[in-house]
Design a protein around this ligand. Structure first.
Ligand SMILES: [Zn+2]
Length: 319
């Protein structure tokens, strides 16, 4: 291929320029590290090592920095960051809340001016944002890694078709008790109960709902016939303003049955037929060892599990 002097020179120049730029970028990136950007190398047992232990001293130091940091989570679909930010600024501003951040697993972190303010927020219990409870706890190096699971969860519930005879404080409390611990009702429901007149369509109630496998969608109420002997049955429709994830195997809120490791293992073992000997004793078959599952884990796993996994792959953590 023919190439004239000009094009050869241009090509050479542009190659040189790219090289210089590369060198300059490299120098810029690594040649002038400052105390804030410089890293240190910590010697390994060998180059295959892939398990790193964070020393207690470092964890203690970080813990001090975050002594007034809370972590928060939803037990199901989370609300958008900007909505959470807006609500907590209003609700927790008086407690010295300053800023928030969120990790890839939907766990929020809230910074407060001092531990007194964060204590008050934890003591107040979950913050209801648009009917969705935001649970908060004091952060520590292990706790903030996973979303805890709960056996109950405060939920706003609409009870449709409440008969007039039960549309009062006691009646609604009795009906709501079939779902969990009734906490409070909204202003319209309270007014209806108080005056026995107003909005009889539905009662809106906050209930500490139990995780019993599936959320109840219908309730039956028996109304006594004061002139006869037979009760009259009325069906109440239950509507949840927001629904948490729920596991029907563990009976907890916080993860789904379909993603539960324990439920999968239980289902597999259910499928195996029992071996019984001539005397009727169950024969124990050789069991396969499996690492223990961490329920409700989103990102972090227990260190022991990591070490076991390494061991199961023939590797041994040198630390
Ligand atoms: Zn489960």
């Amino acid at each position: 291929m023919k190439m004239n002097f000009f094009s050869t020179t241009t090509t050479a120049l542009s190659t040189q320029l790219r090289f210089d730029q590369k060198e300059m970028n490299f120098a810029k990136a690594v040649g002038k590290s400052t105390t804030t950007t410089a890293l240190s190398f910590f010697p390994l047992a060998n180059k295959e090592q892939s398990c790193i232990r964070i020393p207690k001293e470092l964890a203690t130091e970080v813990m001090k920095t975050h002594s007034s940091t809370l972590f928060g989570y939803f037990l199901g679909p989370r609300l958008h960051f900007s909505i959470v930010e807006r609500y907590v600024k209003v609700a927790w501003g008086k407690f010295g809340f300053t800023e928030l951040m969120m990790d890839n697993n939907g766990i929020y972190f809230f910074k407060f001016n001092d531990i007194g303010g964060s204590n008050q927020v934890v003591e107040a219990g979950p913050l209801m944002i648009r009917g969705v409870p935001l649970f908060v706890e004091h952060w520590d190096p292990v706790k903030g890694l996973t979303k805890p699971v709960h056996t109950s969860c405060p939920l706003w519930v609409k009870l449709h078709n409440v008969p007039l005879v039960a549309f009062n404080k006691e009646g609604i409390s009795r009906i709501a008790s079939a779902l969990g611990i009734p906490k409070q009702m909204d202003a319209c429901t309270a007014s209806m109960c108080d005056k026995a007149w107003g909005r009889p369509g539905f009662a809106k109630v906050l209930i500490e709902t139990w995780a019993v496998g599936e959320l109840k969608r219908e309730l039956q109420v028996l109304i006594p016939d004061l002139n006869g002997t037979d009760d009259v049955r009325v069906t109440i429709k239950v509507e949840y303003l927001w629904e948490p994830s729920q596991c029907s195997h563990c009976l907890v809120f916080g993860h789904k049955t379909s993603t539960c490791a324990k439920a999968v293992i239980a289902q597999k073992s259910k499928g195996k037929p029992k071996m019984v000997d001539e005397q009727g004793f169950t024969l124990v078959q050789r069991k396969e060892w499996r690492p223990k599952a961490v329920v409700g884990s989103t990102s972090g796993t227990k260190v022991d599990n990591d070490l076991r996994k390494e061991a199961s792959h023939g590797k041994r953590c040198p630390l």
